[in-house]
Design a binder for this molecule. Structure first.
Ligand code: ADP
Ligand code: ADP
Ligand code: MG
Length: 647
């Protein structure tokens, strides 16, 4: 085999961007594939060439074997990297790639098949001398027979879809009377998700810890790159991963590493793979206290933590071994350096039960010191078609405590606006005391879910910062000039947060000083050399997008600006006269000072957002001031017309 010069990445999002980065660094030409809706995606922009492979639904694009292979052939790519998910563990895809004379960056179709179904994989591992979770993994799927086997295994137990993945098709059964119902539901879920309703039964390990071993093979020999602890899970889905595992002993590490290498070599494994073990954490880590769960025959989502502690680039290794090189390192060359964490940042609505969310990322930035693996930029959308992951945030340090502090600080200083996210939840985990002590097990999140998802108190200072941002005042460089146009009277802005709508009053007090009235409490905002402070607390920073202000306090609090016209009307109602609901140009002025107006009379016509908007009197009264003339450019919140007794 010879080294190829062009590689196609059959994936999207952060993993496609990740693979492209290394491939380019190795001097390879890169080809991206994308669906219609991904035409402007980051992975497309990063690649040397890109091919559109169909519609938004994965079955119409990222899962189309024939179209992807054709794209490789027409662009001259000799190798295909599958990333994870999509076609990465599909043996038929591997065979089609190889039949077309191309190199698949990954294991053989046969190795994938041998590990594809959890029951067959467990039988195989058992024969290879790898400890497996006790249970039933036979072919007889008769419900009566399964129930008998369940009694033999004992409760609590897990029913697992043999074809399962991503935590789906799994049911915990605590007592015999729940078995029949749980079996029915697990089978139904497995059939819909995987088209295969075969299940296995496993003893449920108490105080379970998920510890997996990164392996790497060249088709004959394999090495391991130590373990990752992925016990911080929500509903069997990983949330924060770390390496090495807290409390790991050299003895147990050697035993797990050897078992994982045995597993990889038993199937002639080539490339990067992960052997997942379940560990009984009830009595500390013991060399006889781990059992094989499954092997993932691909690069894993959480591979960066291993890269951080081992100082290797696993994608580079994958590409080198796929091009025919032997294993890039001997076992004795591999050492652990420090500790690393990865947190998975998703667009999801945590209070609504971690519901996947969508939206356009109006602002997105991560601080120095975090390794951010992301497939999106500010301005990109999290679409409903794909996984709502925004980024993986990785922190490394010489010790676990330092790495965890770096993660916590990095999360606090990350900014995401435009969609709800789990950032605050990740932050709460990074600051969780038990987690800091290394007391991890897969039940930690569920036990502490209320504290971990508690909503922060949105203080008047935060409302005040949102209000000033909404009015465009915090950004103004020559803010004095901006404020000079303001008269020392209360202006109003309407904001909505967490179902609460508030009318905030804003008034200039003196040079560099503004009063903000929030529900009867007055916050003093001051502009100093280091920026704004609110009641002497430094501003958290904020971002103004159409219809929304995000204040980056408590990981980001989003305020909606109710519809500008409604806002204009509300403000006018309170004021009598009119405020500009948004920046715009005065088209015409219809009243003069001293004129009597009735409620609803036309005062000013404003052109904004390419439309004309009529500002009307909020009540009957006499015009005391007209502050604008035809053709004037006005800022959001600027007063246009005042009636007597306004202010
Ligand atoms: P990891 O063990 O690396 O966390 P996950 O189980 O979270 O991996 O899955 C990684 C990716 O692969 C996710 O995008 C997930 O949706 C996808 N995936 C995993 N297993 C399957 C499967 N059996 N069918 C479809 N997608 C899967
Ligand atoms: P998937 O293919 O969905 O990743 P796994 O078999 O890897 O399924 O299990 C997913 C998670 O479920 C594990 O990480 C662990 O939290 C939990 N789990 C699996 N098997 C057991 C078990 N026997 N005892 C306790 N928890 C388990
Ligand atoms: Mg798993």
């Amino acid at each position: 085999m010879t080294m190829f010069d062009t590689i196609l990445i059959a994936n999207r999002g952060e993993i496609a961007a990740r693979v492209i980065r290394t491939a380019r660094a190795m001097g390879l030409r890169t080809v991206a594939v994308h669906s219609d809706v991904d035409a402007d995606a980051l992975h497309v922009a990063l690649a040397d060439e890109a091919v559109c492979i169909g519609g938004a639904a994965p079955s119409q694009s990222y899962l189309r074997t024939d179209v992807i292979i054709e794209a490789a052939q027409t662009t001259g790519a000799q190798a295909i990297h599958p990333g994870y998910g999509f076609l990465s563990e599909n043996p038929d895809f591997v065979e089609a790639v190889e039949a077309a004379g191309l190199t698949f960056v990954g294991p053989s179709a046969q190795a994938i098949r041998q590990m594809g179904l959890k029951d067959a994989a467990k039988r195989l591992m058992d024969e290879a001398g790898v400890p497996v979770v006790p249970g039933y993994m036979g072919e007889d799927q008769d419900p009566g027979h399964l129930e008998v086997e369940a009694h033999r295994v004992g409760y609590p137990l897990l029913i697992k879809a043999v074809a399962g993945g991503g935590g789906k098709g799994m049911r915990l059964v605590e007592a015999p009377e729940e078995f029949v119902d749980a079996l029915e539901r697990a089978k139904a879920e497995a059939l819909t998700a995987f088209g295969n309703d075969t299940v296995l039964i496993e003893k449920y390990i108490q105080r379970p810890r998920h510890i997996e071993v990164q392996v790497f093979g060249d088709g004959t020999r394999a090495v391991h790159l130590f373990e990752r602890d992925c016990s911080l899970q929500r509903r069997h889905q990983k949330v924060i991963e770390e390496a090495p595992a807290p409390g790991m002993t050299e003895e147990m590490r050697a035993a797990m590493g050897a078992a994982a290498v045995r597993a990889a070599e038993a199937i002639g494994y080539k490339g990067a793979g992960t052997v997942e073990f379940i560990v009984d954490g009830a009595n500390g880590l013991r060399p006889d206290g781990f059992w094989f769960m499954e092997m993932n025959t691909r690069l894993q989502v959480e591979h960066p933590v291993t890269e951080e502690i081992c100082g290797v680039d696993l994608v580079e290794w994958q590409i080198r071994v796929a091009s025919g090189e032997p294993l890039p390192a001997r076992q004795e060359d591999l050492k652990i350096n420090g500790h690393a964490f990865e947190a998975r940042l998703y667009a999801e609505d945590v209070p609504a039960g971690f519901l996947p969310a969508t939206g356009t990322l109006s602002d997105l930035s991560f601080p120095e010191g975090l390794r951010a693996e992301t497939g999106v930029r500010a301005g990109d959308a999290i679409s409903p078609h794909y996984d709502p992951m925004i980024a993986k945030l990785v922190a490394h340090g010489p010790t676990r405590a330092v790495a965890l502090r770096r993660l916590a600080r990095g999360l606090r200083n990350s900014r995401v606006a435009g969609t709800v996210t789990n950032l605050a939840f990740l932050g709460a985990l990074a600051e969780h005391e038990g987690f800091a002590r290394g007391e991890v097990d897969t039940g930690l999140i569920a036990r502490d879910i209320d504290a971990l998802t508690a909503q922060p108190e949105v203080t008047p200072a935060i409302w005040a910062e949102a209000a000033l941002t909404a009015l465009g005042l915090t950004e103004a460089v020559d803010w004095e000039t901006g404020f000079a146009l303001w008269r020392p009277e209360w202006r109003r802005v309407v904001l909505e947060q967490g179902g609460i709508r508030r009318e905030i009053g804003v008034k200039v007090k003196g040079p560099g000083s503004v009063l903000v009235s929030v529900e009867g409490q007055v916050v003093e905002a001051q502009r100093g050399v280091r920026g704004w402070t609110f009641d002497d607390t430094p501003a958290a920073g904020a971002y103004l997008a159409p219809g929304q202000v995000t204040v980056f306090a408590h990981y980001g609090i989003a305020f909606d600006l109710p519809d500008p016209l409604a806002r204009g009307a509300a403000a006018a109602g309170a004021l009598g006269g009119a405020l500009a609901p948004m920046p715009g140009r005065v088209v015409s002025v219809h009243v003069g000072v001293g004129q009597e107006v009735a409620e609803g009379d036309r005062l000013v016509v404003l052109e904004a957002m390419k439309m004309e908007h009529t500002m009307r009197a909020g009540r009957a009264g006499v015009v005391s001031e007209v502050l604008v003339a035809q053709g004037d450019q006005v800022e959001a919140g600027a007063p246009l017309v005042l009636l007597e007794e306004d202010g």
